[in-house]
Design a protein around this ligand. Sequence first.
Ligand code: F6R
Length: 595
Amino acid sequence: MCGIVGYIGNKKATSLLLDGLKKLEYRGYDSAGFCVLDDNQFCLIKKKGKVSELEAQTQKISIGGSIGIAHTRWATHGAPNEINAHPHLDCTGNIAIVHNGIIENYQALKTALKKEGHKIISQTDSEIIAHLVEKFYQNGNLENAVASTIKCLEGTFGLLVLDKNQAKIVAVKKGSPLLLGIGKKQMFIASDASAVISQTKKIVYLDDNEIVSVTYDGYTIKNLQGQLVDKKIVQLKFTIDQIEKRGFKHFMQKEIFWQPQAIENTLRGRISKNRVKLSLKLNPKEINRIIITACGTSWHSALIGKYLIEKLTGIPTEVDYASEFRYRDPIIKKNDLVIVISQSGETADTLSALKEAKQKGAKTLGIINVVGSTIAREVDSGIYLYAGPEIGVASTKAFTCQVTALILLANYLKSGDKEILAELVKIPQKVSLALKLSGKIRHIAEKFKESKNFLYLGRNVNFPVALEGALKLKEISYIHAEGYPAAEMKHGPIALVDENMPVVFIAPKDNTYLKIISNMEEIKARGGKIIAIVNSTDSKIKNLADYIIKVPKTLDILSPIINVIPLQLLAYHIADLKNLNVDKPRNLAKSVTVE
Ligand code: F6R
């Protein structure tokens, strides 16, 4: 996890670094720090807690200097405190580093460095990097020292190294994201584009083991053999408005309400004359089996994908948690297609699963939101969501856009289904109608905000929606919630049901409707409180449910996109009414770049 940013230019580094950290805070927020070179001296400030606390500390002192590095942390090794916060220094105090990722062999390196006399003061895996750079530093050649250092490291890193003696930042990455932002008389190196977009849209995405050297005179990028690498400068397409709140109280709320536009962006230009247009490097006729792998919310979309793809194409489809796929030596056959789904495109488990699939010879396809992310660059071909940056830690618009992309994909693999595609273009409008239920859902949230447990039940393609509703509630309101296939409820969870148990049913009028009604009867008989998501035309369930939420009717196969909206809103309103930190829930980070 963690977010890193470096700056060199003609402005005061501190405010630009703090601004960058605020944008990266979704990657971690238990401590933060920066090191700025001011008048040939390092000014190093670290603080436990959020970037705002670091900023408050900074306002008490005047700091000059126009070159520096900064970090916002999500603790992996060592408690969140000031000593473990980055940047870390070497023994001489001339080298400062910030690191994102995990150094797996840090214990062995730490023991060896201590034997050599290095004084290591933190419990982190990162500090040893500063000492290794110190060890290999000769004749002022920082690039060589960094190249020798990374040869010793096992694990993942995005790394910035600041040298006090030559006003230079050297950066390198392996497995963690890093990019260079090129502005007018200033340059940035950061974990992602949100940290730099207010200053520049010209970006160079760095690849593993490329050593970037940035000074006031410009930058160079070399490979480990010391040869210059020619890299493309990419123009970013998203705007600063897209990553600001624009009048909403929280990013999550903005992202929920932004879904009609986000889904339109995913669809734009991809449906024409009852056909889906995608530029994918694969021949649908050659695919025997599909495996979809992902984590968290993206895994829920993958489950929906299984229902969709099997129903629409007849291609057998399996779904795996990326973390499980990676370690169970999966069987991959010649004409298998492995699909990876990831909002960030940086999730470590998903990236590892992708590498495993590639290594075993699978064709790969990504469904990714963040353009230029590591997974997006590793897959054979892919579908971008174009949902815009998702800042709230709890994923919302990425989920509905992922399902949209999966529907497009299923229709691409088989010749497009006229009825489905005609209805798909109406979905943004129907999502807008579902969003109008926000006021009513806030009222329901008031009634249940003190509940200790929730059950979410759905069937068929709406079973993963139940899982997603439960995950949203857990993540941001800290209320225990479980999602289940409605019929499984009687095989165990029903034992939990009493008058204190709210049960959310997703009950569209599909072929399981009557069965769901029976499941509701079973809950009602035990005193459970029923909140039912039903179609606008439904008249039966009102006698059974305590609270009814009526959403627009659509085709069964598209209904997850509509049915998830009230569940996102319910979780959002409960967390907001409890005054919780909706956008940055405890213990979570937006982009899970550790395995
Ligand atoms: C839940 C959530 C996480 C992510 C998961 C995968 O709201 O955001 O469960 O879905 O960490 O992240 P991506 O999609 O970036 O690979």
